[in-house]
Design a protein around this ligand. Structure first.
Ligand code: SF4
Ligand code: SF4
Length: 336
C-alpha cells in the first residue's frame, strides 16, 4: 500500500508552515532519490496571468534548495498551452514565470518555443525535456476541473508534460458550442480563438468543429458562460488519455509528487480570474505514488468535487492511471 504523507493545515503547529513543509519532504525521504550531479526537474504550473491560486514560489524555492543541498542541479519547467494566454509560447511563459516570482531557479519550457519539441513514448507525444532528466519533482495544485472533475498530479503529468500536439490529441473529442440565447455577441471569443474556429453568422456565432482544437480557452473568457462543452463521453476519453500520458511520462523514472490541497478553486490555474473556493484549505500531501496521492486528495474533497460536476466521474483518471501502471489507488496516510 502506498504511503501518502500529510501536512494538515487545519491544525496549529509550533513551527510555521514552511518549516512543516520541509518536515514533510524530510520525513517522506523525498530527497533520497537525488544524487550528486543529478539533473532534477521541478514540474509546476506557474498560474495564468490574473490567477492567484497556483502553488506559490515560497514552497517551490524550498524544494530547489533541498535538491541543491545534495549537490544536484535543478530547474523549473512546464509546457506551452493550447489556449491563447501568457503561457502559449515559450518566451511568454518564461516572462510570466518571472513575474509570478519563480525567478530563483532557471525556468525551461519543456516542449520548446512553439510547443513542438517532443519524443514519442508509448505512442504519447511527451515534451522532450522529460526524457532527458535524471529525477522529477512534480508540484501540483489540487482543485476542481471542468472536464476531469478534479485536477491534481495525474493531470499535471498527463496534460502538463505533453507537447502541444499531445494536448491537441487528448482534447480532440471535447468540442464546445455557443448557446445563442445567452450570448451577448461581445465577440471576445471570436477575437480570442487562435484557431479561427469561431465564425460570425448573420446574427450569431458558431464554432467550426473541424477547426476547433477543444482547448477550452473561449469558455474560460466568456463573460456570460454562453460556451458549453458536452463532457459526458468526452470526459471519459480525455481522462483515459491523460492517465495514459501520465504513465508514459513517469515510465522508468524516479520521482516524488506533491499536491497542495489549498485555495481549492472550481477550475484550474489556467483560468485568468479567481472564483469562490469550493472547500476550505486542507493541507499539503506528498508521495512517491501519483495515483495514491490523487486518490487521497480526492477522498478529502469528494463531496464538493462531485457536487461541482455531477455529470462527470472524476475517478476515471484514477482507474486508468492504476491500470496503466502509474501507481495504486490504495494508500495509507502518514501524518507529519
Ligand atoms: S465571449 Fe461569450 S458572450 Fe461574448 S460573443 Fe463569445 S459566446 Fe458570446
Ligand atoms: S473555439 Fe475551440 S479552439 Fe477556439 S478557443 Fe474555443 S475551444 Fe479553443
Amino acid at each position: 500500500m502506498a504511503k501518502v504523507y500529510f501536512l494538515d493545515m487545519r491544525k496549529r503547529y509550533k513551527k510555521n508552515i514552511l518549516e512543516k513543509f520541509i518536515d514533510l519532504l524530510k520525513t517522506s525521504r523525498a530527497l533520497d532519490i537525488v544524487k550528486k550531479n543529478d539533473l532534477c526537474a521541478v514540474k509546476l504550473h506557474i498560474g495564468e496571468q490574473g490567477n492567484v491560486n497556483f502553488v506559490g514560489p515560497q514552497y517551490v524555492r524550498l524544494i530547489t534548495q533541498l535538491i541543491e543541498d545534495r549537490g544536484a542541479n535543478t530547474f523549473l519547467t512546464d509546457t506551452t498551452t493550447l489556449y491563447a494566454g501568457r503561457r502559449y509560447r515559450g518566451d511568454l511563459h518564461i516572462e510570466l514565470a518571472r513575474e509570478h516570482g519563480f525567478d530563483f531557479s532557471p525556468f525551461i519550457v519543456a516542449d520548446g518555443l512553439y510547443g513542438d519539441d517532443y519524443v514519442e513514448v508509448d505512442d504519447c507525444k511527451i515534451a522532450r525535456l522529460f526524457t532527458q532528466i535524471d529525477r522529477l519533482f512534480v508540484v501540483s495544485h489540487f482543485k476542481g476541473h471542468l472536464n476531469c472533475g478534479f485536477g491534481g498530479t495525474i493531470k499535471n503529468l498527463g496534460m502538463g508534460c505533453a507537447s502541444k500536439g499531445g494536448k491537441l490529441a487528448m482534447h480532440s473529442r471535447s468540442k464546445p458550442t455557443i448557446d445563442i440565447n445567452t450570448c451577448n455577441m461581445c465577440l471576445r471569443c471570436f477575437d480570442y480563438c487562435l484557431y479561427q474556429a469561431i465564425k460570425k453568422k448573420k446574427d450569431h456565432l458558431e464554432i467550426d468543429h473541424g477547426l476547433c482544437t477543444g482547448c477550452g480557452g473561449c469558455m474560460s473568457i466568456c463573460p456570460d458562460r454562453a460556451i458549453k462543452f458536452s463532457w459526458d463521453a468526452a470526459s471519459e476519453d480525455i481522462q483515459k488519455e491523460i492517465a495514459r500520458y501520465a504513465s508514459a511520462v513517469i515510465k522508468n523514472k524516479k520521482a516524488f509528487y506533491i499536491n497542495f490541497l489549498i485555495n481549492i478553486s472550481p477550475n484550474c490555474d489556467c483560468f485568468h480570474s479567481n472564483e469562490p473556493m469550493i472547500a476550505p484549505d486542507i493541507g499539503i500531501l506528498g508521495s512517491f505514488d501519483p495515483v495514491a496521492l490523487d486518490q487521497a486528495c480526492y477522498d478529502f474533497i469528494k463531496e464538493p468535487i462531485d457536487k461541482l460536476h455531477p455529470e462527470l466521474d472524476p475517478q476515471v483518471q484514477l482507474h486508468y492511471a492504476e491500470k496503466f501502471g502509474a501507481g495504486e489507488r490504495k494508500y495509507e496516510i502518514k501524518v507529519i
